[in-house]
Design a protein. Structure first.
Length: 358
């Protein structure tokens, strides 16, 4: 899945790996924007501010339903206090949480309310964040024209503010909107702009997400050489962070891209690295997939004997996983490879096992 960059408004197997909701998150301050007041006369204000901070933490830890409750309570308090800035920020946070929950209609509803307040009180930063979240939500709903429109408006605002972090988010998310439209030229252009800004401000997390989006876009249009370049750059960042699961996903994509251009030796090398990681982190599903890719690559080289070794290991792993579908695929691969070698006795043996599996 592509990765959007989102904001924390008011205080954030297919060929391509799915690594979370597609949103980049700016590091702008998401708290209530003022120091908590602790006098008795300002207790409602202090409680509202604390609820926002609590909601932000709950959002970050994935406690989304709890975050909704905290933000709704904070919003009610700000409304009672007639604090429009606090109310606008809280509505923006609700939009982000509903986006994370996958309720894009509600994400748009709350973000539009936040946007309306931001425009009235002339809070340009809050305005840009609301516009960005609305654009991301429209993209998920399939309304790509509105997604592009809102992301362009968000980009205009953050550039007026000279907000580099917000600019990274807006450029990346605008690229995703164009990709959803099928306009890969603009998609890649905006994401390259986002990459340049992210590197200028040394935002490694955003850089990694943008590199993934660029690689995915290049892969989608068949530009496998550029996809490999972007995946390799991202691999370096992930290896520095020590996230072995994500490293394995990138190695899978590199192997697929190398296979697509006929570089079977490179595909084998990446698949072996992925297999080693899968064993180290005890991920049997990734082990099965890496074994499959190794068998396919060796078969493409005409090395059927080695392909059979990996297919047999895949068959064993499928049985450990008790996955009858994968078991059937492994038996099918073994029959084809054994037939190519002229080992008809083995073909019959695997045919028999296939019948027992069906």
């Amino acid at each position: 899945m592509d990765c959007p960059v989102t904001y924390h408004n008011c205080e954030p197997e297919s060929i391509i790996p799915q690594e979370g909701r597609e949103t980049l998150v700016s590091t702008s301050n998401n708290t209530a924007g003022s120091e908590v007041q602790r006098t008795k006369n300002h207790l409602p204000k202090a409680q509202a501010d604390q609820l926002i901070e609590q909601g932000v933490q709950q959002h970050q830890y994935g406690q989304l339903e709890e975050a909704v409750q905290s933000f709704q309570e904070a919003h009610a308090a700000y409304c009672e206090l007639k604090d429009r800035r606090g109310a606008g920020r809280t509505l923006g946070n609700l939009g982000l949480v509903y986006y994370a929950l996958g309720d894009f209609a509600k994400a748009i509803e709350y973000s539009k309310q936040s946007l309306a307040i931001a425009q009235v009180i002339q809070d340009r930063r809050l305005e840009s964040q609301a516009l960005g979240n609305i654009g991301n939500a429209y993209r998920h709903l399939g309304n790509h024209a509105k997604a592009v429109e809102h992301q362009q408006q968000s980009l205009m605002v953050v550039r007026e503010l000279k907000d580099s972090t917000g600019e990274v988010a807006a450029l990346n998310n605008l690229g995703l909107a164009y990709k959803a439209l099928g306009d890969y030229i603009n998609a890649i252009d905006y994401q390259n702009q986002a990459l340049t800004v992210a590197r200028n401000i040394q935002d490694d997390q955003a850089e990694g997400q943008i590199l993934r989006n660029l690689a995915n876009a290049c892969y989608a249009v068949g530009d496998y050489t550029k996809a490999i370049d972007y995946y390799q750059q991202r691999l370096v960042l992930v290896q520095q962070s020590g996230d072995r699961r994500v490293e394995a996903q990138i190695l899978r994509n590199l192997g697929n891209a190398c296979y697509a251009i006929g570089d079977y030796q490179a595909a084998i090398e990446y698949a072996k690295q992925r297999l080693a990681i899968a064993i180290a982190i005890n991920d049997p599903r990734a082990q099965e997939q890496a074994l499959s890719h190794l068998g396919v690559a060796y078969e493409a080289l005409g090395d059927y004997a080695t392909a059979i070794e990996y297919y047999e290991q895949r068959l064993l792993m499928a049985r450990v996983l008790q996955d009858r579908r994968i078991e059937g695929q492994a038996l099918g691969s073994l029959r084809v490879a054994c037939y190519a070698l002229g080992d008809y006795a083995k073909v019959m043996e695997y045919d028999h096992q296939g019948l027992m599996n069906s």
